[in-house]
Every structure is written in structure tokens, then in C-alpha cells.
Design a binder for this molecule. Structure first.
Ligand code: SF4
Length: 221
């Protein structure tokens, strides 16, 4: 007999185990503006590069006013190691100008208003809601999409569909905190290539482990 009666119960059970095994996520900023800026920088960029670039930008420009008056060549120089630095240097200034002029310098707490900021998609909006304002939402990036599909809690083709399904599964009280935990777990244990199933504490509940991992291991014996 299974150890859970619903997908929600399975999520809660596995999430608690994952949280114990995943490394702690260290947040660099509490300010909603810098959480937004850092999330935009982080797309297709390594963590250390993101942190370094965000810290340098913060030290130079301090706030929405500072960054909205920045020169894109200077910003590009600071974020040069970031993925798509050309596009992002212009985008970060655009974002800051929009927030300054259209939103009186204040980051909104509504998903639909966040989505109107240039370059902000649903994942970024959900990260700002959960991390900056502690408002329940389901931010789905490649790690969250992969981990929950492997476990078998969802069976989806893209992050949008995963978000839709997880909304029905993850209780509101877990929505604010789950993303950084699953992201760290996805980076350190449930890696995109060669997941460390042999040391994973939830392997006995995981579809991928029971099907793909064990099968491949037996074939290689
Ligand atoms: S058993 Fe493997 S595939 Fe399943 S969650 Fe753990 S690391 Fe990921």
C-alpha cells in the first residue's frame, strides 16, 4: 500500500525529506526591486556569476533611480559575464525606468501588474511574489519542472503546464518557500544529467529511480 493517499500528501511527505537533503539557499537581497533585477540577471547564468553581477550593480546604482539613470555601456561592462549581457544591460535599465515612471518606483504585489514590466514573464513574477512579498505562487523553472516530472507528481511537457498542475498539488503554506529548496535540490542531487539517485533520500518514492535509473544500472552490469 502506498504511503500517501493523494498527490498533495505525496508532495508534503517528499518535500520534507528533500528539504533536509538540499543545501540552504542564501538570499542576497530582501528589497523587491533587487530581487526582480537579480532574477532577470539569473536567466541562463551560473549562480556565482549572477551574485557577483547583482552585487556590483547594487553597489554602484543602489536603487531604482540609480539604475534607471545608468548608461547601458556601463551596465554591460559590469554584467559582461552574465548570459545575454547585451540584451540584459538594456533590459535592466528599461525595467528600472518603467518602475520609476509607471509604478512610482514601487514593485507591485499583483501578478498581472508585474507581468506588464518589460521582460517579466510568469516565472519571474511568481519569484518576486513569493520571495519579496511572501505571497503564495508557483514559480516553475527548469529545475522545478524536471524534479517534479521525474518524481512523477506531474507528467507535463513544459513549465507552464507544470505550474498549472502544481497549483492543484502544492498547498498554499508551502508555495512561498518551495522554489529555492527544489532548485537547490535540482542543482545538487537531481541534476539534469546523471542525477545522483544512489544517494537521493526520496529514491524509493521516485518514478525515474524505479524505472529509468534502475533499468540503466542493470543494463550496465
Ligand atoms: S531518485 Fe534520482 S531522479 Fe528521483 S528525485 Fe532523486 S535524484 Fe531525482
Amino acid at each position: 500500500m502506498s504511503d500517501y493517499n493523494s498527490k498533495e500528501e505525496k508532495f508534503i511527505k517528499l518535500y520534507k525529506i528533500i528539504k533536509e537533503q538540499a543545501p540552504n539557499h542564501i538570499f542576497l537581497f530582501k528589497d523587491p526591486f533587487w530581487i526582480l533585477i537579480m532574477t532577470v540577471i539569473s536567466q541562463r547564468t551560473k549562480d556565482e556569476v549572477t551574485r557577483d553581477a547583482a552585487e556590483k550593480l547594487y553597489n554602484k546604482y543602489k536603487n531604482v533611480n540609480g539604475l534607471s539613470n545608468a548608461n547601458s555601456k556601463d551596465v554591460k561592462k559590469i554584467i559582461r559575464k552574465v548570459g545575454f549581457s547585451n540584451v540584459k544591460s538594456v533590459r535592466l535599465i528599461e525595467i528600472s525606468r518603467y518602475i520609476k515612471t509607471e509604478l512610482n518606483g514601487k514593485i507591485p504585489e499583483e501578478h498581472n501588474l508585474l507581468m506588464k514590466i518589460p521582460g517579466v514573464g510568469t516565472k519571474t513574477a511568481n519569484i518576486v511574489l513569493t520571495q519579496a512579498f511572501k505571497i503564495p505562487a508557483i514559480p516553475v523553472d527548469i529545475h522545478v519542472h524536471r524534479v517534479f516530472n521525474r518524481i512523477g507528481l506531474v507528467s507535463t511537457k513544459n513549465p507552464e503546464k507544470t505550474e498549472e498542475e502544481l497549483k492543484k498539488i502544492i498547498p498554499k503554506e508551502y508555495q512561498v518557500e518551495f522554489n529555492p529548496v527544489i532548485v537547490e535540490f535540482g542543482k545538487s542531487i537531481c541534476k539534469p544529467i546523471n542525477p545522483k539517485c544512489n544517494i537521493c533520500n526520496i529514491r524509493k518514492y521516485c518514478n525515474y529511480y524505479k524505472t529509468t535509473y534502475l533499468k540503466n544500472r542493470d543494463l550496465n552490469k
